[in-house]
Design a protein around this ligand. Structure first.
Ligand code: PEP
Length: 251
């Protein structure tokens, strides 16, 4: 059975002090020893300070992005090795906000995926269709391209997590139904199975993201192919993030 994973994407919120306080409230509120993977992704400037709070406490650290080069004249970028140095085990790659506002493509996502994996940083690769694409009936085509191109040339799936985040559900309060999300998750797993074989595809954690709350996580996590969630808004308050953790723990 796959472990569950809950990743809190704090986006561009919180100073270092506020991030440390939120991280402390989360580690103090976790019920017992977690039987899944709890990950938080603060802003870059808070990574080291948050790591000091969470290390050894059952919570892992993620960056919200990573660059595809090791070092050099790339002003403003940060490498996997630098993120690992700050305490990160994971990096979110290809979030729809990066695709929309910063021009990220499946090609840049693929380069980042390869570099992260080669450096021992575990990528959480985000894919998702827009509302318009869903209305046009091309959700499977869009997701298929994003998954295949994002993973192009990657030989194994060890360390890879995929997050299905329909763009129309992110930050809108309009989450996908468990049936809609499960359909796409099963589709993603079938693509992984075609390329990597059934055994490998069964091991990959596929997260759902898009307006997840303590009220809707229960039905989402009951489905066969939803292994957890990537959570924005509801991860910014320790109470709601902990309620979500409680809802998936021990299942
Ligand atoms: C996200 O940031 O990836 C996200 C899913 O946000 P929210 O939970 O607020 O929709």
């Amino acid at each position: 059975m796959r472990r569950w994973m809950l990743t809190g994407n704090w986006k561009m919120h919180n100073t270092i002090g506020e991030s440390v306080d939120l991280a402390r409230a989360i580690v103090e509120g976790i019920p017992g020893r977690p039987d899944g993977d709890i990950v938080i992704a603060p802003v870059f400037t808070a990574l080291s300070a948050v790591h000091e709070v969470i290390k050894g406490r059952g919570v892992s650290l993620a960056a919200q992005d990573v660059f595809s080069e090791e070092k050099g004249a790339y002003t403003g970028e940060i490498s996997p090795t630098m993120l690992k140095d700050a305490g990160c085990d994971y990096a979110i790659i290809g979030h729809s906000e990066r695709r929309k506002y910063f021009g990220e493509t499946d090609g840049t996502v693929n380069a980042k995926m390869k570099k992260a994996l080669a450096s021992g940083l575990k990528p959480i690769m985000c894919v998702g269709e827009t509302e318009e694409e869903r209305e046009k009936g091309i959700t499977e085509f869009v997701i298929g391209c994003q998954v295949k191109k994002g993973l192009f040339g990657i030989e194994g799936l060890v360390g890879v997590t995929i997050a299905y985040e329909p763009v129309w559900a992110i930050g809108t309060g309009k989450n996908a139904t468990p049936e809609q999300a499960e359909y796409v998750h099963a589709f993603i797993r079938a693509i992984l199975s075609e390329t990597y074989g059934n055994g490998r595809s069964e091991e990959v954690q596929i997260l759902y993201g898009g307006s997840v709350t303590p009220d809707n996580i229960g039905r989402l996590i009951e489905t066969k192919n939803i292994d957890g969630a990537l959570i924005g808004g509801a991860s910014l308050k320790s109470e709601s993030f902990i309620s979500i953790i409680r809802a998936v723990s021990g299942r």
